[in-house]
Design a protein around this ligand. Structure first.
Ligand SMILES: Cc1cc2nc3c(=O)[nH]c(=O)nc-3n(C[C@H](O)[C@H](O)[C@H](O)COP(=O)(O)O)c2cc1C
Length: 186
């Protein structure tokens, strides 16, 4: 059982990273082996729309730091994606990752992604339209379901988190994240 985390915040140890860590800690307690990818530290280009993946069994022609993530996505049983809200949407780092999932989009052919994966989502925002931001994450969940076939177990997060350590003072949110992580296993 393997669960990987994708962090789309540039702030190492910030709120999104903390929530993803708590989700992974829950999964680990339930028996999963875990790994985190900090997108901001990686060299990942945007999709080039070359179409190579459509004639090469979902393999992307670009060889960059997305290459090992593709392999890990295929091998993992659970996926956690976390993003802060920037300009009412996901961060650019997160969107580079999401756009590159185009490689797995099969247009009616059987998917190259093994079925049965589960997913959990996390977000952090300063304030604003928290309900709207949750919908942004739910929409991301729909994309992950369409492309990777994952069953989304839930979304954790919220506003009022401009300081990098804000969520560390929200034990209920951390507990919710931990429980969500446990739900990814089994
Ligand atoms: C470029 C930028 C754009 C932002 N846009 C929004 C926004 O539209 N709505 C909001 O509530 N917070 C916004 N924020 C605040 C972040 O969402 C907030 O600080 C978040 O908790 C950061 O998460 P992190 O600690 O994981 O990096 C923005 C911050 C930055 C730097």
């Amino acid at each position: 059982m393997r669960v990987i985390g994708i962090v789309g915040s540039p702030r190492k140890g910030g709120n999104t990273a903390t929530l993803v860590d708590r989700i992974l800690a829950g999964a680990a307690e339930a028996g999963a082996e875990t790994k985190v990818y900090n997108l901001n530290e990686l060299n990942i280009k945007g999709c080039q729309a070359c179409g190579y993946c459509k004639t090469h069994d979902g393999v992307c022609r670009q060889k960059d730091d997305m290459t090992p993530i593709y392999a890990d996505l295929l091998a993992s049983d659970g996926i956690v994606v976390g993003s802060p809200i920037y300009m009412s949407y996901l961060t650019a780092q997160t969107m580079l990752f999401v756009n590159r999932l185009y490689a797995f989009l099969n247009f009616g052919k059987p998917s190259t992604v093994p079925p049965g994966k589960k997913a959990a989502l996390a977000f952090s925002s300063g304030g604003g339209d928290e309900a709207g931001y949750r919908k942004v994450l739910e929409s991301l969940g729909q994309v992950l379901t369409n492309i990777l076939g994952v069953g989304v177990q839930g979304v954790v997060g919220g506003g009022g988190n401009n300081e990098p350590g804000s969520v560390k003072n929200k034990p209920e949110l951390l507990d919710e994240a931990f429980a969500l992580g446990k739900s990814l296993v089994g």
